[in-house]
Write a protein that binds this ligand. Structure first.
Ligand code: FMN
Length: 134
């Protein structure tokens, strides 16, 4: 089974989560700003909340690579506890891409909130979640 772990991260929170998932699955975490190089059965998409939803770079990635994505699994962090899953699922399904109902969400440090999150425990839980989706 071919697997990709992709992320969009303005700070480092989402990248750290993606790197933990990638390490567990034996692949590298790659930015959504890099095009896909062939088909992947499962793409773990680590996309946190900015101004209420995923960054445009994330939906652009899905659109540009729709034919090469077998299934998307969303992981995100946020200050509020909200996830990008619902918006990404709606947008991706409009593009013909399947998105798993299961998703991972944890707090992400933002200003004075959630200092240090995602922490080692969050990263370990994300890695376990990802493994269970295969
Ligand atoms: C510009 C900006 C806008 C944000 N908007 C929201 C938001 O609308 N809702 C929310 O819950 N968190 C929001 N956050 C918090 C981020 O989701 C959180 O800090 C996340 O962990 C950032 O990941 P990153 O370090 O990979 O960029 C925002 C953060 C930034 C920097």
């Amino acid at each position: 089974m071919s697997i990709e772990v992709r992320y969009y991260s303005r700070g480092s929170n989402t990248r750290r989560l993606a790197e933990a998932v990638a390490k567990e699955l034996g692949v590298s975490a790659v930015s959504v700003e890099q095009p896909m190089n062939g088909r992947a059965d499962v793409v773990f998409l680590c996309a946190s909340v900015y101004a209420g939803g995923p960054d445009k770079a994330v939906t652009t990635f899905v659109r540009q690579n729709a034919r090469d994505i077998g299934r998307l699994v969303v992981l995100s962090t946020s200050a509020s506890g909200k996830s990008t899953h619902a918006k990404l699922k709606a947008a991706a399904e409009d593009m013909g891409v399947t998105v798993s109902d299961a998703y991972f969400q944890c707090p992400g440090a933002f200003m004075v909130l959630h200092r240090g999150r995602p922490n080692a425990e969050d990263c370990a839980r994300a890695a376990e979640f990802a493994k269970a989706q295969l």
